[in-house]
Design a protein around this ligand. Sequence first.
Ligand code: F6R
Length: 241
Amino acid sequence: MQIIVCETPDEGADLVTREILRRLESKPDLVLGLATGSTPIGVYERLVRLHREKGVDFSRVRTFNLDEYIGLSAEHPQSYRFFMRRHLFDALNIPAANIHFPPTEGPELQRKCREYDEKIQAVGGIDIQILGIGSNGQIGFNEPTSSLRSGTRVKTLTEKTLRDNSRFYSSGETQPHLATTMGIGTILGAKRILLQAFGEKKADAIRAIVEGPISAFWPGSVLQLHPETTLFLDRASASRL
Ligand code: F6R
């Protein structure tokens, strides 16, 4: 695990974007693993700017998102498909056929989840996985006590996540209780992992995953086993190291 303490989140986003761009130059059909949440938005803004202002081409890029809620349509503002269109896909020239999300609909979800991992394998694996981390140490929707070698699968959201998310739903609206997520084993299969974490509220999680034992109680701690992981922190998230 390599750790870079940046002066600002913007500096972290610059470094991550620069690495993606460098890899894209040598491999135009780069396979990206993508996250949602507030943390990666700075990187997405920069990728959009590179495309608009410098003509950087994403037409051969393949993407695999980490997670998605079960029971929300792609048009629902809380769905991760909506989030990704708004922050990235609508502005880039990645063909729709190259964009992948974990399955959330129809029968045989378990089989479709296995096929998601197989699809990742079939394109040669994820070259760069972008990650954020929850204040509870979660990566993707692998919340505390998730199996450390899990593949893509359906997870029940914890009470805390449900409480945190409830503000995004109008009263009477059904809030999803389930999500599909890449497993911890799937994430560990990525060749390179770039995790960003900013702000004081991430400091305990960063301390636990960097200095603590590898434990299902802090799922991100498994990244200690990954040979090509870099953490991009700011002073606040690094303050308890
Ligand atoms: C979302 C995801 C989550 C977030 C984490 C941090 O795809 O993988 O694990 O990375 O919840 O969220 P933010 O960035 O909003 O603090």
